[in-house]
Design a protein around this ligand. Structure first.
Ligand SMILES: Nc1nc2c(ncn2[C@@H]2O[C@H](COP(=O)(O)OP(=O)(O)OP(=O)(O)O)[C@@H](O)[C@H]2O)c(=O)[nH]1
Ligand SMILES: [Mg+2]
Length: 310
């Protein structure tokens, strides 16, 4: 179902859902259907035609899953003053790589279906777990034959300093897709989450870590879900002065809109190396520290890692 009319679309989605009340705006869990192991779709997958595939990558707790919620709500046409939000999945730590396809969507905002692949965060446990995660990500994309249109690195805007361990993980993260750094860079974006202004200390620190991307976006995903807690939304709408929350909403919406427009022109990246060729090596967590880049690795620098050697 690709609705032109936002109200009809929202009513249909709400009818198929049970409202969840909480501190913030009421949430309607979306009626996603499991189509394959760890792959969900909202509406029927269009058999022919392009679907834009986006993968979210980042350290643990940086806001990947929340960004998925923002993109989902944006793509369904939710506006600031709508007195509800939709929920893609529960707000909890991500354990498994999972994809969510928005076949049903508000076409004015998502002309093409979009699939978002949410991934567990790096640096959640041991280096060994991270190596396994790298392999699992590549395997997920490869085995499901998903050409990737965009890689979204998700890092808090205020992350002005990175530990050696964090730098090493960021430097290695693109390798979850493959070794063609130049091509991966051309479809890579940095999402600076928890942003409360256009000041983004993270830009310096990721540069130092050697993370390469096409462009960056500032977002504050919380702004999408906060209830203005007004006596009457209608009343506030009339007399409104823009709240900080609304400004952050606007910034976030602009970022997501620009991102989704930009990725439509991307040449998709095929992850074609099967995971068999990328057997994880055993090693201890100290390897992170031993191989952290002392300064920004140059574009041509070779890091002697496969998936197994961080
Ligand atoms: N204020 C604010 N809170 C955010 C933002 N992004 C995420 N959060 C909150 O930060 C917490 C972690 O966000 P998640 O989206 O679950 O982070 P994640 O990267 O998916 O975490 P893992 O799945 O554990 O790797 C949640 O409580 C979010 O609501 C943001 O931009 N601003
Ligand atoms: Mg998550």
């Amino acid at each position: 179902m690709m609705e032109e009319n936002k109200e009809i679309l929202h009513e249909a989605l709400k009818r198929g859902s049970v409202e969840v009340l909480g501190e913030n705006l009421p949430n309607y869990p979306l009626p996603f259907k499991l189509i394959k192991t760890d792959q969900f779709s909202l509406g029927e997958i269009e058999k022919r035609g392009i679907c834009l595939n986006v993968i979210l990558l980042g350290l643990t707790g940086t806001g990947k899953s929340r960004l998925l919620e923002v993109i989902g709500n944006y793509g369904l046409g939710v506006d600031y003053w709508d007195p509800y939000r939709f929920q893609v999945k529960k707000d909890e730590h991500t354990e498994k790589i999972t994809s969510y396809t928005f076949s049903t969507r508000y076409e004015n905002r998502l002309p093409l279906p979009v699939t978002i692949i949410d991934t567990p965060g790096f640096l959640n446990a041991t280096a060994e777990d991270d190596r396994k995660l790298m392999g699992d990500i590549r395997n997920f994309i490869h085995s499901n034959q998903m050409p990737i249109h965009a890689v979204a690195y998700v890092i808090p805007a205020s992350q002005g300093r990175l530990t050696a361990e964090q730098k090493t993980v960021l430097w290695n993260m693109p390798k979850a897709l493959g070794e063609d750094e130049e091509r991966i860079k051309r479809i890579s974006y940095l999402f600076c989450t928890f942003a409360d202004s256009k000041l983004l200390p993270v830009l310096e620190s990721v540069k130092e870590a050697g993370l390469r991307y096409k462009t960056h976006f500032a977002v504050n995903s919380a702004a999408y879900f906060v209830d203005e807690k007004v006596l009457s939304i209608e009343e506030n709408k009339e007399n409104r002065e823009k709240s900080i929350n609304e400004l952050l909403w606007t910034m976030t919406t602009e970022s997501v809109r620009e991102f989704l427009e930009d990725i439509q022109c991307n040449w998709p990246f095929q992850v074609n190396l099967p995971i068999k060729a990328l057997k994880p090596q055993t090693g201890d967590t100290k390897e992170y520290m031993n191989t952290a880049p002392a300064r920004a690795p140059t574009a041509g620098a070779k890091l002697s890692i496969s998936i197994g050697k961080f």
